[in-house]
Design a protein around this ligand. Structure first.
Ligand code: MLT
Length: 362
């Protein structure tokens, strides 16, 4: 019986993924797998049996992925599973930043007499601009960025996008112009950020970058708060360089601030996205536990192999510096990612690998 620990509330759909060989719960002290959404795992001590953590979501900044790799724990995420939900919120962000829809609605609810007449008299204070014909810069053209780009094209925007590792340009709407980071930043009326929060993207949007933007630019951040330097951004709002900032990551330094629209991390909070993420995360755990297949891992390479009837499978997690040693093992199918590597060996017998971080016989 495999024990899967839930560190957060996960969509009930997850139950459909696990058969009677699995138990799901919150109390296990030595689980085989973990399902997590936003629970902070920085201090999590790896238990003996733990082989994998699956995050029901895209961002993994709440999980110490490198430390987990060193302990032989594969960390999965669910890229794309909530992309449509985030895309829809970005499109909403374009509108609420362009026109004071939120301010107008709040105001009209305070008017208790002559409502219609007062509305007509006072509404000009909430007027705004249209997105049609404007230029949207998309930073990061992964699952979410691509959907946003496509939707914006269909709304009549000119779209330019930047991605240092464009995964599959063929999935991009042909009207999207791929450009350098500098070009995107310089030419966009609206900039939307869709890169993960990692060391190199911390404060990616800082005063230097903001200075090269168009005057009156609108910035949307549904990726992670830390990617934008808030002090620099607020200074740019004061001078009018930045017209509005829409951010889905609340913190003390953004709430109740001039021309900043803060949302309570609603990007992936739709029924559909929560179901999709839960099912994808659960399936990845099952496929790894039972077959050793790795698809969307952030700390180990992708490696998928059909089971061979009658053969025993040894899964080997190793340091990439041991690559040549593992390549000399008969029948080993091998892949590496960064400092770590993974091999599947189907043979008549399980094999011993004394230099491995972890081996599993399945
Ligand atoms: C993500 O990382 O997938 C989104 O920000 C939503 C979430 O954190 O669950």
């Amino acid at each position: 019986m495999y024990e899967i620990k839930k560190l957060n509330k996960i969509s009930a759909k997850i139950e459909e993924v696990f058969n009677s060989n699995y138990q799901l719960g919150e109390e296990f002290t030595n689980p085989d797998g973990i399902l997590v959404r936003s629970a902070q795992m920085a201090e999590y001590e790896v238990n003996d049996k733990l082989v994998a953590i699956a995050r029901a979501g895209a961002g993994v900044n709440n999980i110490p992925v490198e430390r987990m790799a060193e302990s032989g724990v594969v960390v999965f995420n669910t890229p794309g599973a909530n992309a449509n939900a985030v895309k829809e919120l970005v499109i909403c962000g374009l509108f609420i930043a362009s026109r004071d829809i939120i301010g107008g609605s709040n105001w009209i609810n305070t008017v208790t007499e002559n409502t219609a007449k007062t509305a007509e008299k006072g509404k000009s204070q909430f007027a705004g601009t249209e997105i049609f014909g404007k230029t949207l810069g998309v930073i990061g053209l992964g699952a979410i960025g691509r959907l946003v780009a496509d939707a914006a094209v269909n709304l009549g925007m000119n779209v330019i996008g930047y991605d240092p590792f464009l995964p599959d340009a063929s999935k991009l709407n042909s009207k999207v112009k791929v450009a350098s980071f500098d070009e995107v930043v310089k030419n966009a009326d609206y900039i939307t950020i869709h890169v993960p929060y990692i060391e190199s993207t911390k404060n990616l949007i800082n005063s230097n970058v903001i200075n090269s933007m168009k005057d009156g630019v609108i910035i949307l951040n549904m990726a992670r708060g830390e990617i934008v330097n808030v002090d620099d951004l607020k200074a740019a709002i004061e001078t009018g360089k930045v017209r509005k900032y829409v951010v889905d990551f609340p913190s003390e330094n953004v709430i109740n601030s001039k021309n900043i629209i803060v949302l309570p991390h609603l990007g992936a909070s739709t029924e559909e996205a929560e179901d999709n993420c839960a099912v994808m995360a659960g399936k990845q755990l099952v496929d790894y536990i039972e077959n050793g297949n790795i698809v969307n891992s952030v700390n180990y390479p992708r490696l998928v192999k059909e089971r061979v009837a009658g053969k025993k499978r040894t899964c080997v997690l190793f340091k990439a510096s041991d690559l040549s040693k593992i390549e000399s093992i008969k029948n080993a199918v091998v892949a590496t990612k960064g400092n770590f590597g993974y091999a599947i060996v189907d043979d008549d017998n399980y094999i011993n690998v004394d230099f491995a971080i972890k081996t599993r016989n399945i």
